[in-house]
Ligand binder design. Structure first.
Ligand code: UDP
Ligand code: MG
Length: 254
């Protein structure tokens, strides 16, 4: 594959051996009918199970699958970021490896980004939450989301949902830190990008177990929250109006 694909589907993976083949099959079934160029970039975050050998087999079976493995377990944000860095598509879609996010929604994201003339479309699971999560998880996500919106003055209905599609330029200046995957919509807006939401399906994890408990969901990101608020208030953007004696205005300056 030499030509850059239209869309890169980027997935972080930790101990997902039972989910990877159904995941790749499902993504392929969703995207093949669209007749577009795509790649599936999966980063194995140093899984302890057989995820890496499954990924190697998948890469042999599917030319669209690009797989990489981190040296040590580095967390969801790092695995996601490693995948985004390796992605070549004009659009980047991110989703989880456990099939809680339904690949059948991918065409809807592409339609929405074109129809809404925006830079990023975020999935919102709120309508379908009951299908894929137990009560404790629904409540802890609701509280975490509410606090995040309150501190950051946001209206994101489901910031914990990592099912998103965005233009590759959205991540050009992104500040990356542990837990940043929860703040992509806000971080994109800080850089001046337009973000919208669409409802997505939400399913039970196909196999394996969740990596997060209530403690992590509720409290781990509160520290990050204040850093993001600080960024919202303190980071600046500017546009060059005119230049003289430069060879030509650079894209970065416009
Ligand atoms: N993940 C990862 N590294 C980690 C923990 C999680 O790459 O250290 C991946 C995991 O394989 C999945 C995604 O991050 O694709 C979300 O994790 P999980 O499904 O456990 O989170 P939950 O949906 O329960 O919040
Ligand atoms: Mg999950």
């Amino acid at each position: 594959m030499t030509e850059a694909p239209l869309i890169s589907v980027v997935i972080p993976c930790y101990n997902e051996q039972g989910n990877l083949r159904p995941l790749v099959t499902s993504i392929s079934e969703a995207l093949e009918p669209l007749k577009i160029g795509y790649e599936i970039v999966i980063t194995d975050d140093c899984s302890k199970d057989d995820s890496w050998s499954v990924l190697q087999k998948l890469a042999a079976d599917y030319p669209t699958v690009c797989a990489q493995r981190l040296v040590r377990n580095s967390g969801q944000s790092a695995a996601l970021w490693a995948g985004i860095n390796a992605a070549r598509g004009r659009y980047i879609a991110t989703l989880d490896a456990d099939l809680q996010n339904d690949p059948k929604d991918l065409p809807k994201f592409l339609e929405a980004i074109k129809a809404n003339e925006c830079d990023c479309v975020c999935g919102s699971r709120i309508d379908k939450r009951k299908q894929g999560d137990n009560f404790v998880r629904q409540m802890s996500s609701k509280i975490a989301n509410g606090v995040r919106n309150w501190i950051t003055r946001e209206t994101v209905t489901d910031s914990g949902c990592c099912y998103r599609l965005f233009k590759r330029e959205c991540v050009a200046n992104l500040k990356f830190f542990k837990g940043m995957h929860r703040f992509f919509p806000t971080l994109f807006k800080i850089d001046g990008y337009r973000v919208t939401e669409i409802p997505v399906n939400h399913q039970l994890r196909l196999s394996g177990v969740s990596n997060y408990g209530v403690w992590n969901r509720l409290f781990a990101s509160s520290y990050d929250l204040f850093a993001v608020r600080w960024m919202q208030k303190r980071m600046f953007r500017f546009q060059i109006k005119e230049q003289v004696n430069f060879p030509e205005p650079t894209e970065k300056n416009l």
